[in-house]
Design a protein around this ligand. Structure first.
Ligand code: NBP
Length: 479
């Protein structure tokens, strides 16, 4: 029997996705550049379903039913192009190449356009959930043509995670690179989610003197309420863990320098290109950057003054921190979703934010109870222009606001850096403020660069003749 899908690239992610397809009843053709990985997979898990072992691309392609579906699970970047190059001469019109790695969405757009001219479908698929998710059910974000989704979607939906209502955590996102774009923004939100957890931990440790084990219990409690999420759950697990070697909390023996593989950086770069104010995600990426400047930080510890201000902590400090964490988390989701809206306009994608929030409900790293409410907010007839404007969220953030302000003020006094708690609050205040100092910015731009400004009382662009008699003239166009 021919295989319904082929997987090439059998490192952790490819191997687990191949097993997931097989466990769901599909016949899966296996291929890896070095045959040893294929054989290792078959030796360890060959009895989990129907696999076809192949050694060459020719064998892989020959083993597939038509239209052929080949999933590439190799390292993002050049390796994806080289696998595509070796596949293309072997395929026929209507066949589907799927890239399930963390590819940059611009690469996906380029590849999709190039392969479309050959009559081939190229589907960039965002896959979230790590190694375990790939095996047990990830959250899946496929882009590419709608037609390709008809031939591929049911299989992806079958292997995906299922939400509490049974809905698959997989839906067609939109054309070309939309799937990889949405996965990238998912990862950006993940950065912010982890950063706000870190800020809460730091405040509880420095401010309230709560040791990791005590905090583990707090996070466990928080995981039962509106913060319920995978990341809060595993925070409790990490904080509760004692290092076998030293007997110290594990978190105390881990070097405080956060790594990154690039999707957070891509999100910020893309946010800048779109003019999208994703400050929470950007601050999270910058916070990781600062953490990894260890030599510079060592000097900073020696030469920089602190002048912390002693603060008497409110007896509700822990609850205040919880609320600040929740409000900041809401802002990072709001910013990420707003960026999706901007991208939809820029790249001509019809992004359905309710479906996207829905497929993040399970399987992925940012899965959270909150996503069910976000889904509801965007499924409403009247879609909010910003997540924070949806009545349920406007109310939730209003409830958290006094605590959020207290926590940010306290953190500043204590000298605890809370870049996302504070920048999210600034974003919130920026959104609701009647007048922003951008009016002054425009005045300055007009003075030094004749960039012109608009008036609140008249249509058109204007310029004040700053170096002359300071009369105002109407400008032809903006510079
Ligand atoms: P890796 O990203 O570590 O890539 C290893 C695979 O790429 C091996 O199968 C290797 O073949 C193959 N490969 C390389 Br490297 N260069 C190649 C080339 N020029 N031609 C053909 N094959 C080549 O694997 P992974 O961690 O399983 O991740 C796969 C993709 O999924 C990546 O894009 C990753 O970012 C993404 N992803 C990973 C996770 C995660 O949690 N790890 C989560 C979500 C997405 P070889 O065996 O012959 O060297």
């Amino acid at each position: 029997m021919p295989a319904q899908i082929g997987v090439t690239g059998l490192a952790v992610m490819g191997a687990n996705l191949a097993r997931n397809f097989a466990r769901n009843g599909y016949t899966v053709a296996l291929h890896n550049r070095s045959v040893a990985k294929t054989d290792a997979l078959l030796a360890a898990h060959g009895d989990e379903g129907d696999f076809i072992r192949t050694e060459t691309m020719e064998e892989l392609v020959a083993s597939l039913e038509v239209p052929r579906r080949v999933m590439i699970m190799v390292k993002a970047g050049g390796p994806v192009d080289s696998v595509i190059d070796s596949l293309v001469p072997l395929l026929e019109e209507g066949d589907i190449i799927i890239d399930g790695g963390n590819s940059n969405f611009q690469d996906t757009r380029r590849r999709e356009a190039a392969l479309a001219t050959k009559g081939l479908h190229f589907v960039g698929v965002g896959v979230s959930g790590g190694e375990e998710g790939a095996l047990l059910g990830p959250s899946i974000m496929p882009g590419g043509s709608k037609e390709s989704y008809d031939a591929l979607g049911p299989m992806l939906e079958k292997i995906s995670a299922k939400a509490i209502d049974g809905a698959p955590c997989c839906a067609w996102i939109s054309t070309d690179g939309a799937g990889h774009f949405v996965k990238m923004v998912h990862n950006g939100i993940e950065y912010a989610d982890m950063q706000v957890i870190g800020e809460a931990y730091d405040l509880l440790r420095t401010g309230a003197g709560l040791e990791p084990a005590a905090q583990a219990k707090i996070f466990e409690e928080w995981n039962k309420g509106e913060l319920a999420s995978f990341l809060i759950e595993i925070t409790a697990e990490v904080l509760a863990h004692t290092d076998a070697k030293t007997g110290e909390p594990l978190v105390d023996v881990i070097v405080d320098s956060a790594g990154q593989k690039g999707t957070g950086r891509w999100t910020v770069q893309s946010g800048l290109d779109l003019g999208s104010p994703i400050s929470a995600i950007a601050e999270s990426v910058f916070a990781r950057g600062l953490s990894s400047q260890r030599e510079m930080r060592a000097i900073g510890q020696e030469v920089l003054a602190g002048h912390e201000i002693a603060v008497e902590l409110d007896e509700n400090f822990v609850e205040d921190v919880r609320q600040a964490l929740f409000a900041s988390k809401l802002v990072s989701y709001a910013q990420g979703l707003d960026m999706l809206t901007s991208a939809g306009v820029e790249y001509n994608w019809e992004l359905k934010l309710d479906e996207i929030a829905s497929l993040w409900r399970e399987g992925c790293i940012i899965r959270a109870a909150l996503l069910a409410d976000i889904t509801k907010a965007y499924a409403a007839d009247e879609k909010p222009a910003n997540l924070l404007f949806a009545p349920a969220f406007a109310e939730a953030i209003a409830t958290a606001l006094p605590a959020w302000r207290r926590v940010v003020a306290t953190a500043v006094q204590m000298g605890v850096p809370v870049p996302v708690f504070s920048s999210s609050l600034a974003y919130y205040d920026g959104l609701r403020r009647k007048r922003l100092p951008a009016a002054l910015t425009q005045g300055l731009r007009d003075l030094f660069g004749a960039h012109t400004y608009n008036r609140i009382d008249t249509e058109g662009s204007f310029h004040t003749q700053w170096s002359g008699d300071k009369t105002e003239i109407e400008a032809e166009d903006t510079h």
